[in-house]
Structure formats: structure tokens, C-alpha cells
Ligand binder design. Sequence first.
Ligand SMILES: *Cc1c(COP(=O)(O)O)cnc(C)c1O
Length: 458
Amino acid sequence: MNYISTRGGISPVNFSSAVMMGLADDGGLIVPQHIPNLAKEICSWSDLNYNEIAFRVMRAFISEDDIADEDLHTIIDKSYATFETPEVTPFVKQQGVYIQEMFHGPTLAFKDVALQFLGNLFEFILKRTGRKLNIIAATSGDTGSAAIQGVRGKDNIQIFVLHPFKKVSPLQELQMTSILDENVHNIAIEGTFDDGQRIIKDLFADLDFKGKYDLGAVNSVNWARVLAQVVYYVYGAVKLSAQNDGKQVQFSVPTGNFGNIFAGYVARQLGAPIKTLILATNENDILSRCINSGVYELGAVHQSLSPSMDIQVASNFERYLYYAMSENPDLVRESMHAFKAQGKLDLREFLDGSFIAGKGDTEETLSTIKRYYDASGYVLDPHTAVGVFVAEQLADKELPVSCLATAHPAKFPDAVEQAIDSHVTHPSLEVLKGGETRCAKEIANRDAIQAYIEKTLA
Ligand SMILES: *Cc1c(COP(=O)(O)O)cnc(C)c1O
């Protein structure tokens, strides 16, 4: 399997090269040359465990002469051994919906599923090639700590993480700045997540800088992250379908950067028994508006109770556009340039009904957390609550729905306390409080960040 760019400007590369490239060199996103159809095989996977399903899904996207079976098994097993349960993303049933808990990894958010894998994959590829890697990333909160946990202490890797100063939760900040490994560099920028994401994009677009410093990406633009996430949709779909008379499954996905739900789209194309993907946003609703009106249009970023979804420009959306535009890279490139110039794109002729979408605001988030808590004592985090709320509005009641629980509630104690007047904790967070931290502060400017990276690596 080889990989190409949504904008058509790179020659095909294998999986390892695609992973090391991060963002495609022509500014587009990397996609597989084709998505295989495994529908026949997938229906027989319902008795397999998580790691075995991971192996089979990933094998379909990675050539054996790139990563051999044994190595791929080792990378997968090592990545998911850090989770609290061998099921990796176990289900609980609450009020008639399945909650697929994605938060049993080291940082208590779903991003660990992809970033534990990516860290081990980087280590494997670098060892083989004798190269070094400098990872640069922007985070709205959860990516940063998950990426840091994925690569901390690993040979040949340095990581620089930009987070918007005081715009991530205090615990999220601690989860990043408390990691004191020498290869970890946190930078607080005076700006928003979108500023950080733009700086990272600009640095990657500077091919001289990218080449000179061996830059690598861990943001959800990295194809390996999408691939690791495809696994839990396939896993969830086969398990729930088997438990529900072979019915197709729906997923409700609290969405920000469109990385998570795009993996659901790939799982559906791959032939997993998925009927619909329910896209749930908070007040930052560019994507739910787009799915419902066909017009992709920028708005201002609002701070909400679910900060990991406080995003307007969703970088992975371009991957979906590529498929919606019948894999026509010229059309994608023109559209993305038009969007950059005008802040608006009319997609009415392209959207294909793969998604349905809705939004949950602050009040709906709080009341959903409270309702579930009152009914059974189960506590939803505010991101998950948005997905659960939207699923209640939009899901087909005849089919099972998996609501992806993207974070443990203890990561967002203020929102939870506002909802249920009770404090939720987790031991792995308690131990961080009051400990030593390390973090730089810079203005939200590409040159300032470039200078910081050059100085640190000198
Ligand atoms: C990152 C994140 C999201 C949004 O996921 P995307 O892939 O950016 O759409 C939702 N919830 C939590 C808890 C997250 O960390």
C-alpha cells in the first residue's frame, strides 16, 4: 500500500515514509492510494481481541516489506500494554446507549490510543534508518500530553509542544509541564489553538527548515494516528453488531479537528458494519453547520466546557473532502486555496450523507452530565456529554449506538463539578499536583517559535 497527497503533489510513498512526512510536502494531507474493502473478513472478527483486530486493520494499510508481521505485532502489543485493560476501549451500557470508553491510557484521553502507537512506530522506524526526529505539535489540551507520553525518553526524538497560554485546563497543563524528560519541550503561546496550529503548518511548509531539522508531526494530520483510530471503530462495530443480532452500528463522536470521526469514515469504507457517523460539536460548530447546510464557513473561536473541541479550522476535514470530491486532487487544492482566501466554501454538491450532525451547548452539556449521574452514578466528561446529547437527538433508536467517551471526567473537574456538585478524581492526576514543572513562554509568532527550536537544538 502506498500513500499520496490530497493535493496531488507528491509521488507515492510507503507507510513509513508517509508517517515520517506528517503533512504532505505539497501542503495537502496524506491518504492511502485506495481504501481496501474487507467487509467479508470483518464479519468474522467478532471473537478477536483488540490487538488482533488492530493487527488485521493495520496490515491492510502497511506493506509487509515495509513492516514485517512480527514487528507490527510487537509495536501494537507494546502500545496497548500501557492501557488499564486489555480491551483497550471497553464498553459500558448506560441509559440504553453504549459508552465506548477511550480513556484508559496514560493521559486519560482517547488520543493515547493513537499516540502510544505512533511513539513506538517512530522509535521502530528511526532505529531502522538511523535518523533523528524533531516533533513539533500544537495542542488544544489533550494531544500535547498524549504525544509527550508517547515519546518521552525515547532515543533520537525531541518533542516541542505549543499550547495556548491559560486556555487549556490546569490539569491538562500539568499533564504536559510535569514531564521533565530531557527530550520534552513545552511552550505556552500567547494566542489560541488555531494560532498554534497555523504556526506549525507554516513551519512544515518551510521545506528548508523541515528538512534541516528533520521535523515530524504528531497532530492528527499524521496518517498513523488516523490508522490507529480506525481500529476502535472496527472493534466497536464488530462487537456491538455481534451483541445486537448483526445490526449495523452508529457512532457518536465529540468532534474538534475531525481526526477521530474521519477514522470512523475510513472504517466504514473498509467495510465495518457502520450505518451512520454522528458528528457532535459544541458551540464551535463549523462542522455541524457544514454537514447540515453544505457551507463550510469560519466563525470565531469560543471557549466552552469542552476545550478539546474549541476549534474552527479542522485540519482533517480535507481528507474527507478528498473522498467527497471523488479523489480529485486538483479540485481539493483549488477548494482549499479558495477557503484560505475567502474563509468560506460551498460544498453542497459534494457532501454524501456519510455523517449526520448536531451541537450541544453549555447548558445541554451540563444537564446531560447531571441526568446520567442522577440515573446511575456514571459520570460523563464534558466532551463525551456533547456526543451523548447529540446521539439522543439524532440516533436511530432501532440500531445500537456507541458514544465515544473521549476523556475521563477527572480531567475536567470544574465542568463536572458545575454539573453535579461533586468532585471526580483519578489517582494518576492527583500525583501530579504540586510537583515540579517546566515550560517556556513565547508570543504566538512563527519566527519566535522557529528561533526557540533552533536555539534548543543548537
Ligand atoms: C481531541 C479531543 C476531541 C476532538 O477530537 P478530534 O479528533 O480533534 O475531532 C474530543 N474530545 C477529547 C477529550 C479530545 O481530547
